[in-house]
Design a protein around this ligand. Structure first.
Ligand code: ADP
Ligand code: ZN
Length: 221
């Protein structure tokens, strides 16, 4: 089963994807995480990608698409995957369809998370990530803080704020790019009849964990 997480920054895509991944037993493939791992290891791909990421721009398709194509070939993804952060443009969505159809697969479900803008910016500023690249757990110091301040519950490593989350200009740029390039995907997948839109907001007391629980329940049925 191939699931895609759609939604602006800070809506909780990673949280929802992580929960579904654990319960269903398919890997969570986050292009942002793969880039950050490469950046921390100073690999050639990481050095190249960082030129774009640090400014809040999208990494070019020539780098991103083959990276995802390759990742989907790993043994752990043979029964499916949950993609978080890819596709981000119509072109990427079309390329993903091609990659999947070569292997007799298709996108089965697209979960589109929608959160009010003021909450989004707040959530990005209060987001913290685990510095252990093999763990990458995400926290929010307001919404779901770690048990011990600044320390990852899962692995004990130090938590930090992402570079691009601490720069207001990069945040603004990323949200603009989302509106312009990624939001057309909502229509793209709606037309395929596989879109599920969910509002995540404090104001209605609905969080990513609630959505994940429902989706997991339905998949397991
Ligand atoms: P966010 O959703 O908060 O922007 P991600 O972790 O998904 O964070 O991505 C971090 C950065 O990595 C993005 O700002 C972008 O520069 C790059 N990136 C991630 N996924 C893609 C993609 N599918 N295409 C191009 N660039 C990407
Ligand atoms: Zn950790």
């Amino acid at each position: 089963m191939i699931i895609i997480m759609l939604g602006a920054q800070g809506t909780g895509k990673g949280t929802v994807a992580g929960l579904i991944s654990e319960e269903i037993g398919i890997p969570q493939i986050s292009t942002g995480d793969i880039f950050r791992k490469n950046i921390s290891e100073k690999s050639a791909l990481g050095i190249e990608a960082d030129k774009y990421i640090s400014k809040g721009n999208l990494v070019p398709d020539e780098i991103t698409v083959p990276m995802v194509d390759d990742r989907l070939k790993w043994e752990d993804a043979k029964d499916g995957a949950i993609l978080d952060g890819f596709p981000r443009t119509i072109e990427q969505a079309e390329k993903l369809d091609e990659i999947l159809s070569k292997n007799g697969k298709k996108v089965d479900l697209v979960i589109n998370l929608v959160t009010p803008k003021d909450e989004i910016i707040d959530r990005m500023l209060t987001r913290r990530v685990c510095t252990n690249q093999d763990c990458k757990a995400t926290y929010n110091i307001k919404l779901h803080p770690p048990k011990k301040e600044g320390i990852c519950d899962k692995c004990g490593a130090v938590l930090k704020q992402r570079e691009d989350d601490s720069d207001p200009e990069a945040i603004k740029k990323r949200l603009e790019i989302y509106e312009e390039k990624t939001s057309p995907l909502v229509e793209y997948y709606k037309n395929k009849g596989i879109l599920r839109t969910e509002t995540i907001s404090m104001s209605i007391n609905r969080m990513g964990t609630d959505v994940a629980k429902e989706v997991i329940g339905e998949i397991k049925k």
